[in-house]
Design a protein around this ligand. Structure first.
Ligand SMILES: Nc1ncnc2c1ncn2[C@@H]1O[C@H](COP(=O)(O)OP(=O)(O)OP(=O)(O)O)[C@@H](O)[C@H]1O
Length: 214
């Protein structure tokens, strides 16, 4: 698996007459869980979107550097798996179906996608709930389904936006441990306010409120 280092070099983002993250620089490391930390509206989700290539900086650059050979590329949704806020599962489909969306989206044929999804559910401790409808799972279990989907999609970058916002301390610990296990093969980045998740991260990047009128 290619390991990618994510670099923000003096990035700024202009939204109308507002500039967010004015000249922000940081490096996010493969093999670790990085936490983007900052107050509401400081730009955490904007940075995740920029890593996916969904939003481009108005100044500065976002780049991905392969650790093995130093090749540098730009952001791309092809390289990223998302763990969205609130898990975002299809309630009327099984846990397995929800996880299969990851490998199917990557172009795996159905039988292979099913095997990959089973393995991922096993890894997050939900093998016995594979056929349960997502709407019957708890918030913590749904978040684990969402993590399994990211795991099953085998992307080198995993982005999680507030993955523990609705979870209790015990479920947060489970999610933090799973994020660390995912980081063995990926660059894992979480945007979070959660002190427990920040404490469990390998490192934290503090995004102070640095916006100005354009
Ligand atoms: N597409 C957009 N159009 C206009 N403004 C935007 C857009 N995306 C982000 N912003 C603005 O940029 C700022 C940063 O937003 P962002 O969602 O990145 O913050 P955040 O740190 O993730 O906040 P929260 O913790 O509340 O989720 C906000 O003021 C937001 O309104």
């Amino acid at each position: 698996m290619r390991q990618l280092e994510v670099r923000f070099d003096s990035v700024s983002f202009a939204f109308g007459d507002r500039v967010v993250l004015d000249g922000f620089s940081a490096v996010l490391h493969p093999g670790q869980v990085g936490a983007l930390v900052g107050p509401s509206g400081s730009g955490k989700s904007t940075l995740l979107n920029a890593v996916s290539g969904f939003v481009a900086p108005s100044a500065g650059a976002v780049s991905l550097r392969r650790v093995d050979d130093g090749t540098v590329t730009g952001p791309s949704p092809e390289l990223v798996a998302w763990v969205p806020q609130g898990a975002n599962c299809l309630g009327a489909r099984s846990a397995l179906d929800n996880v299969m969306l990851g490998p199917l989206g990557d172009g795996q044929p159905l039988p292979a996608a099913r095997r990959t999804a089973h393995d991922a559910l096993d890894r997050v401790g939900l093998a016995d709930r594979a056929s349960s409808l997502a709407r019957t799972l708890s918030g913590g279990e749904l978040q684990r389904v969402s993590l399994a989907r990211a795991l099953a999609s085998s992307k080198p970058i995993i982005l999680a936006d507030e993955p523990t916002s609705s979870l209790d301390a015990a479920s947060t610990e489970v999610v933090a441990a799973l994020l660390h296990s995912l980081s063995v093969d990926a660059t894992v980045v979480v945007a979070t306010h959660d002190p427990l998740l920040i404490a469990a991260a390998s490192y934290a990047v503090d995004i102070r409120r640095r916006s100005r009128a354009a």
